[in-house]
Design a binder for this molecule. Sequence first.
Ligand code: SAM
Length: 315
Amino acid sequence: MPESFFILSKDYSELAVDEIISIAKTYDRFSKIKIISNLVIVQSKINWEKISKRATFVKISGQILRKMSGLFLDEENFEVLKNAHTFVCRIINLSSNQFNIPELESSMGDMISKFSQAKVSLENPDITIYLIFTNKENFFGFSRKTKPFVRPKKVRKFPHELDWKLSRAMINLIGLREGQTVCDPFCGTGTTLLEAESMGIHAIGLDFDEKMYQISKENLDANGYKSKLMKDDFSGLNKIIEEIDGIVTDLPYGRASKASENPEELLKKFVSMLPRKKKVAVMCKKEFKEKLNMNPTKKYEIYRHKGLTRTILIK
Ligand SMILES: C[S@@+](CC[C@H](N)C(=O)[O-])C[C@H]1O[C@@H](n2cnc3c(N)ncnc32)[C@H](O)[C@@H]1O
């Protein structure tokens, strides 16, 4: 079974690791995961590119070829370079040992050149060979050149919009697949809808405010996306409940964003409407999390600035 590796950025580290686990398990529930600090190793039927394309916080990813005991490599290790014209060697040092990384990369590059026809190229090589050092184990892996992912455009913004990274991670944390449908009943500028469609997931957005509805529409149109938009109160969720597989939303805060009613009343009503058997990810003010009474399976605290910590609840 192929093993992939993912080096994650250290922002929101717990969320970042859980996102990888969730994506891997969405496609192969028997995926096995190993976590070594910000390195996540996944043994799964699905390949690293598929996980990497969906994940939000991946800095570097690729396939593991084998564990390494020393720095000695032989011809067999370079099968992956067979049809490549160019390659580069990169060292990822997560261990507490100090290495002169540029020197090591360059001498590994020279050594690999002896076994292969491929030439070293620092810019856009066909193959990147990785040597990953940790305090416990060392790994030898590679990645191929991939097409850069085109992010959805947001032509209209608004101050209280959700950070696209959190929105994308929330969709991934509830394990939706391509072709399924997510609903954001407080869609605002359409962040959730844009992220969902960029991953091949259908989306339905509701917002009771004409202005926000128009902003979402413009943002979807700018990308040629076809999410369904309804200018409606969130209770309109009842009308579409059979069409959706999950809910991802960022609740109104009462200050910056317009709310139809007292935020606490709104929360109560919203939670009472949540379908029991569907997956839900909600972002709210930290102070609201107890009042939400959602029995989440997982919680994440997101520090925004002094005075505003938000919580993501997953059910
Ligand atoms: C925190 S914002 C959502 C921001 C959104 N996630 C984004 O990235 O732009 C909350 C949204 O809820 C909408 N809203 C407030 N009360 C509502 C209600 N009763 N029904 C539907 N939408 C409502 C507001 O108009 C606002 O756009």
